[in-house]
Design a protein around this ligand. Structure first.
Ligand code: 5GP
Ligand code: ZN
Length: 112
């Protein structure tokens, strides 16, 4: 079972921000900004690349709820999902990073 499935099953502890039947949001263990949370479907999908488009509809609503709960909708935030080797994906369970709480830069590109 993958590490995020273990988090969903409460086999690994997490710092939960919000959850519902379908999705879970928790703080990243190694934050890259003042606020850095991860949003995942509770069901395992390897990455964004293999999902049905409809999943993103509910996930979008959930991300909006997370952003509201974190109080960052006015100040702004960035969402990122890494896909595969060139995308720098390390955990192969679909997750959306949400970065906020400070200016997080204009663009994320290749880092040599
Ligand atoms: P990726 O590089 O796959 O897009 O992002 C994986 C993210 O998961 C990283 O930002 C990493 O810090 C985070 N992470 C990895 N293992 C754990 C964990 O056990 N708990 C939490 N909360 N975050 C984790
Ligand atoms: Zn998983």
């Amino acid at each position: 079972m993958c590490i995020f499935c273990k988090i969903v099953n409460n086999e690994i502890p997490n710092n939960t921000v919000l959850e519902n039947d379908e999705f879970l949001c928790f703080h990243d263990i190694n934050p890259a900004a003042k606020i850095h949370v991860l949003i995942i479907p509770k069901k395992h999908y390897d990455s964004f690349d293999v999902i049905e488009p409809e999943l993103m509809s509910n996930m979008t609503k959930f991300i909006h709820e997370v952003a509201s709960k974190l109080g960052v909708r006015e100040s702004g935030y960035r969402i990122i999902t890494n896909i595969g080797d060139h995308g720098g994906q390390e955990v192969h369970h679909l997750h959306i990073h949400l970065l906020a709480g400070e200016y997080v830069g204009r663009l994320v590109g290749a880092k040599k």
